[in-house]
Write a protein that binds this ligand. Structure first.
Ligand code: ADP
Ligand code: MG
Length: 279
């Protein structure tokens, strides 16, 4: 078993005393190299656990450990945030400077890095997200997908182990979504542990593992094939199955002999190729 990166143990979180629990008795473990999706309808409790996972919030009860550090220990807060970075929905709220490099430097300045070491770090981080040639551009003139990649570079510059993405593609057009998601897939291949909160089922289908939240509780965990195998159960949780899974189901009901478990475009292509006559 690989190293435990995040351990959430029986965590409950209430925003207001006497109010309901936004997170209710959740336990889960995320290991080094994982690519884990978190799904759930609006208000189901996805952003709150994300904030508990990087020490922005502390649990009302239970415990959250990041790289072996308890988030309840105030003296560890900065180290926890450096090791587990977060990227949010709106790129405009995450970019503050007038030049891309200054935005990437922002986090490094916050952690008090020696300015002499910064240019190499910034350059490396921009290269990692394919934004090197935009280094001296103005962030507000970039596309949404490019802005999110700059925000990711700002996190990468701090050499995190984990990045938690809270609906990081929700405000992007389809091209921007693909551009950001494939950047994140590549970062994961290079060793970054990824927590990917999303309401796009086609993205969840490409993650290696999925947790589903409902009413603050963790109600389902499994591989994409396990999670989406029962379309009725997914719809009862007010979620959709990935578009390719829905299409495969319709085709099968109409007598097309596709294999079970199709979730992605690539799997649909493979399934159809096996049926189609060769020309
Ligand atoms: P999601 O990200 O899945 O939409 P959240 O974790 O943001 O869900 O919210 C979970 C629950 O906590 C919801 O019922 C929501 O209304 C409530 N909540 C979220 N943020 C706050 C807040 N700042 N103050 C009070 N309640 C909140
Ligand atoms: Mg949210």
């Amino acid at each position: 078993m690989s190293e435990e990166m995040i351990r959430v143990e029986n965590v409950t979180y209430a925003y207001d005393e006497g109010g309901g629990n936004a997170v209710d008795g959740v336990s889960l473990t995320i290991r080094r190299g994982d690519f884990v999706a978190v799904l759930g309808q609006n208000g189901s409790g996805k952003s709150t656990p994300a904030k508990l996972m990087n020490g922005l919030y502390q649990p009302t009860s239970g415990s959250v450990t990041v790289c072996g550090m308890d988030t309840a220990d105030d003296s560890l807060t900065w180290e926890i945030r450096r090791r587990a970075g977060m990227v949010f929905q709106n790129p405009d709220n995450q970019l503050v400077a007038t030049v891309v490099t200054d935005d990437v430097a922002f986090g490094l300045e916050n952690i008090g890095m020696d300015p002499a070491l910064m240019p190499a770090r910034i350059d490396g981080a921009l290269k990692d997200v394919g934004m090197q040639e935009f280094a001296s551009r103005a962030p507000h003139l970039l596309s949404g997908g490019q802005k999110q990649r700059v925000a990711i570079a700002g996190i990468l510059a701090m050499k995190p182990d984990i990045i938690i993405f809270d609906e990081a593609t929700a405000m992007l057009d389809p091209a921007g979504r693909r551009e950001v998601f494939s950047t994140v897939e590549r970062l994961n291949e290079e060793g970054i542990t990824v927590v990917w909160i999303t309401h796009f089922m086609e993205e969840a289908a490409k993650c290696r593992y999925i947790h589903v939240m409902h009413g603050g509780k963790l109600v389902l965990s499994g591989t994409p094939k396990e999670i989406f195998a029962d379309a009725g159960r997914i719809r009862r949780l007010r979620l959709d199955v990935p578009p390719m899974a829905a299409l495969a189901q319709e085709l099968k009901q109409n007598g097309v002999a596709l294999p079970d478990g199709i979730l992605t475009v690539e799997e649909m292509v493979e399934g159809v190729k096996r049926l189609a006559p060769r020309v």
